[in-house]
Design a protein around this ligand. Structure first.
Ligand code: ASP
Length: 473
């Protein structure tokens, strides 16, 4: 088992590295200037042929980049996504019925939600502190102006603009509407519709109450519980197969990411912003969360991080905590030593509401953009950022770029507090180009935060009855 896991780890790492290499090569080819060996003394026909060849090489490179996205989606993302609805529904039912007792479940649920909130608030405060200290938006005025001009071009016509405008046309993205949306998801009216649309939160709510009913049914419902346990086992077997596709999938997705962004972007004019986000994520992921894990479980946090490596690398490669959920569950239960009770409960919910990385990123990105547009936020505005960024992270779906879109809520809230549109929506264009790279890292921290939660909750919800009695009384 351990040997197989090591082989898989090596393959995933190879997939990631190879993807970076191939992607960078394609990026450079696609952007190569019209250099040619043709000199002015060569006949016009020859020069045209060389230019044509360079042109078709560039086109081929960018087609390969686009193609690798489609292929990565087909090979890895779609099979993982296929598992999400059944896994969320069944794992929560299995988790709830195995605890059985509603009051114990209440304690576990309360501890879980408290963990989510505290860690997200810590993350967002860390982000706000770092961005206010290092001021990545406070750059040379000429560079600022260039970035602002460029932002508009990048934003206009982008997918992000379309998504934001379609949503705003229905309802303005305010704090109130975001809150109502969340409450609506907590009180679903049509579970089939929610499942068809792949919304995890309403499915969890339904599975929770259904699981409680099953647990209360005694002998009559006991066979149904057994059926769900069997289904869960079968789904996990499917996940184990899909996990073996991960190396190819992350190779293709990395090729697309690096091929379309290029490593040079990391050292461009917004490199300081990227550095602040990445430093914040590193501090939260490697210091804050491990400390919390150590304090509450007395386990070696880095050993646990190593045990969770498959899930963390999948998150990095796919940009999606939801798509990673099947891998996270499998790894937490089979390698990370998390109890089924805790993992089945904490991870599905965590993949949709607990996003430490996204919360931190929201704070850094919004404050950075305000700095770039010449507005230094005061303490009360920073407080608004902290609160709304946490809510935005809770509301963000576990899919690529969800955090970028939810940023609208934070920007709107700060603008309202300032009493003017100090930051135009098109400012998001400044960071659209590098979002995928930042997204890979924040998604990894999101998944890591969920895993740490599952490990901590394992302490109060271990799998054996006697241990749980001892823990919860
Ligand atoms: N991609 C992130 C996730 O799936 C969400 C985000 O865009 O921040 O966890």
């Amino acid at each position: 088992m351990a040997k197989r896991t090591n082989v898989l780890t090596v393959l995933i790492v190879l997939g990631l590295l190879l993807g970076i290499g191939v992607g960078e090569m394609l990026y450079r080819t696609a952007r190569a200037p019209d250099e040619s060996t043709a000199t002015s003394v060569e006949p016009d026909g020859e020069r045209t042929r060389v230019v044509d060849r360079a042109h078709s090489r560039r086109k081929l490179a960018s087609d390969v980049v686009d193609g690798s996205k489609v292929a990565g989606d087909l090979v890895l993302i779609r099979p993982l996504k296929l598992m999400i609805v059944p896994i969320v529904f069944v794992s929560v039912i299995v988790g709830v019925t195995s605890v059985g007792n509603p009051s114990k479940l209440g304690v576990i649920g309360g501890a879980t939600v408290l963990y989510y909130l505290v860690t997200m608030l810590l993350a967002v405060s860390l982000g706000a502190t770092l961005v206010s200290t290092f001021q990545p938006g406070d750059i040379d005025p000429e560079k600022q102006a260039a970035l602002r001009a460029d932002a508009s071009t990048k934003y206009q016509g982008s997918n992000v603009q379309q998504t934001i405008e379609t949503a705003e046309a229905e309802k303005p993205a305010s704090l109130g509407t975001a809150f109502i949306n969340l409450v609506k998801q907590l009180i679903p009216s049509n579970i089939v519709k929610e499942m068809a649309e792949g919304r995890t939160l309403p499915i969890i709510v339904f599975a929770l109450i259904f699981g409680l009913a099953l647990a209360a049914g005694g002998e009559v419902t006991a066979p149904v519980i057994r059926v769900f346990e069997g289904i869960f086992d079968a789904i996990m077997r499917l996940v184990l197969i899909i996990i073996w596709i991960t190396p190819v999938g992350v190779f293709l997705l990395m090729t697309y990411t690096v091929g379309s962004i290029g490593i040079e972007t990391l050292i461009g004019p917004i490199s300081k912003y990227i550095a602040v986000v990445l430093a914040g994520l590193a501090i939260h992921g490697c210091i804050v969360l491990p400390t919390i894990l150590y304090l509450f479980s007395r386990k070696n946090p880095f050993r646990f991080m190593w045990q969770m490596r498959k899930a963390l690398m999948t998150a990095f490669g796919t940009d999606s905590s939801s798509a990673t959920l099947p891998v996270t569950l499998e790894t937490a239960e089979h390698e990370g030593g998390c109890s089924k009770r805790a993992a089945n409960f904490v991870l599905p919910l965590g993949s949709t509401v607990n996003m430490d990385g996204t919360a931190l990123y929201e704070a850094v990105a919004v404050v950075f953009l305000f700095q770039l547009y010449g507005v230094d936020l005061g303490f009360s505005e920073l407080l608004i950022v902290v609160i709304t960024a946490t809510l935005a992270a809770v509301g963000a779906a576990g899919v690529p770029s969800a955090g970028l879109i939810m940023m609208v809520i934070v920007i709107n809230a700060v603008n309202t507090s300032l009493g003017r549109d100090a930051l135009p929506m098109e400012s998001i264009g400044v960071i659209i180009g590098v979002d995928r790279i930042v997204d890979m890292c924040r998604t990894t921290v999101n998944v890591w935060g969920d895993a740490v939660g599952a490990k901590i909750i394992t302490r109060i919800a271990p799998d054996t009855e006697e241990d749980m009695e001892a823990a919860l009384g």
